[in-house]
Design a protein. Structure first.
Length: 152
């Protein structure tokens, strides 16, 4: 059902949250094309194209990047900084999806160009519904600027 143009990059270190997010997307009949990365370093390497073999072509960038803030190895703020500095991903919408409600985190994220900042609901049903709403908006309603596959 979902092609590469509907790929979601999920950067989340909590396996339970990641599974709940992916389950909500499946239940909402949203993208099943989710690349799940577990730490900030892995995310930076992935968007730099290190997962692509030399003879392969870089696939289109994700439709949206869901990024946790509290990540091992490289925190979400630093990942966001690098995403927005990278030609390949600077126009890809990034949604911070975190438990942090700290004003300093919110201010830093928006200063670096985040497109949305969402606090994860604690209650299971609210979390599931929020993820379906989030996916529906970014995959179905939001229009993104497409970049050429060659370099940008």
């Amino acid at each position: 059902m979902a092609g590469n143009e509907d790929m979601i990059l999920l950067v989340e270190d909590d396996p339970n949250d990641a599974e709940l997010i992916m389950r909500a997307f499946r239940r909402g009949k949203l993208s099943t094309n989710v690349v799940h990365l577990r730490d900030g370093e892995e995310a930076v390497r992935y968007v730099a194209g290190e997962h692509v073999r030399q003879h392969e072509k870089w696939s289109p960038p994700p439709k949206v990047i869901l990024l946790d803030l509290k990540l091992p190895k490289l925190n979400g703020i630093e990942v966001l900084r690098r995403l927005k500095a990278n030609e390949r991903t600077k126009n890809v919408p990034v949604v911070i999806l975190t438990s942090s409600q700290e004003d300093s985190d919110i201010e830093k994220a928006y200063a670096l160009g985040v497109n949305s900042y969402v606090t994860k609901p604690i209650e299971f049903d609210a979390f599931s519904q929020a993820m379906m709403n989030l996916g529906s908006y970014w995959l179905r309603l939001n229009k993104t600027q497409r970049t050429s596959e060659g370099g940008a």
